[in-house]
Design a protein around this ligand. Structure first.
Ligand SMILES: Nc1ncnc2c1ncn2[C@@H]1O[C@H](COP(=O)(O)OP(=O)(O)OP(=O)(O)O)[C@@H](O)[C@H]1O
Length: 258
């Protein structure tokens, strides 16, 4: 059976035979993966193996890169997201993304969270409630509720990252992509974000790229191991870490390379 397809029933995201080139260079090679709803899927592998490239295919962030060509199929809830009628703005609303470096806008805490809902036409009278709910869900409300008008850039790095998560949640996504969300954070902020992702999977499907093997083992239900653009092994996280089927997976998770 194709790697990435077994073990998962009723997938919300289906990736089939995905190939991607940056110019002449092929960065993803025939990757297939089925990702279930309300789960956390971790993507691991050495630098340059294509993890970020893969995750960016799930909300068409690679569209923004010149010279990038994609073949294959990505279906989210039965919709082919590369189909001709797809509204990419709507797609990115329902498939949100949190990046490695916290990137709040240079505006107030409140306006950061209200930004997306405003663009998508939320009613002014509903905004306070939307902002509060998003900040609560991102576990930062108690720290900022008395200074919503302060600049977002006055927050600590860990708080800024939770604010960025609140900003993503405010537009009500179904899926959240995290691209190494804790690599710029200290250990305590990292644990807070990990706890938060575990809480969020009740309501969202999460895909996370991480270099931190302990993090993948701690928080994810499924893990995919990439090497040189190929998905080498995909399965339940416990199986991947305790009983990998492929030698290269074992070598990577035991630190023999990467
Ligand atoms: N915009 C781009 N243009 C050209 N090549 C790119 C671009 N982005 C990534 N690549 C190349 O594609 C390959 C995969 O990169 P990608 O960033 O997806 O890997 P990664 O596994 O996420 O790495 P890291 O863990 O270091 O972030 C690498 O060889 C990289 O140099």
């Amino acid at each position: 059976m194709t790697e990435g397809i077994q073990n998962v029933s009723k997938p919300q995201i289906k990736v089939e035979n995905l190939n991607l080139w940056y110019g002449e260079k092929q960065a993803l090679k025939n990757v297939s993966m089925h990702i279930p709803r309300n789960s956390i899927t971790a993507l691991i592998g050495p630098s340059g193996c294509g993890k970020s490239t893969f995750i960016r295919c799930l909300n068409r962030m690679n569209d923004l890169i010149n010279n990038c060509r994609i073949e294959g199929k990505v279906t989210i809830e039965s919709n082919n997201i590369y189909g001709p009628d797809v509204d990419v703005v709507d797609l990115r609303k329902s498939v949100g993304m949190v990046f490695q470096k916290p990137n709040p806008f240079p505006m107030s805490i409140y306006d950061n969270v209200a930004y997306g809902p405003r663009i998508h036409g939320a009613n002014r009278k509903d905004l306070d409630g939307i902002v509060e709910r998003a900040l609560r869900s991102a576990a930062i409300w108690d720290e900022v509720s008395d200074r919503l008008k302060s600049p977002a850039l006055s927050l600590s790095g860990g708080q800024q990252q939770r604010l960025c998560i609140a900003r993503t949640l405010a537009v009500k996504p179904k899926i959240i992509l995290f691209d190494e969300p804790t690599s710029a954070l200290d250990p305590i902020s990292t644990l807070r974000i990990e706890d938060l992702t575990t809480d969020l999977k009740k309501d969202y499907t999460i895909v996370i790229v991480t270099h931190n093997m302990q993090q993948a083992a701690r928080i994810s239900d499924y893990t995919g191991f990439f090497l040189m653009g190929e998905l080498i092994e995909f399965g339940q996280t416990k199986q991947i870490f305790q009983n990998p089927r492929k030698k290269s997976t074992e070598d990577y998770i035991t630190g023999r390379f990467g």
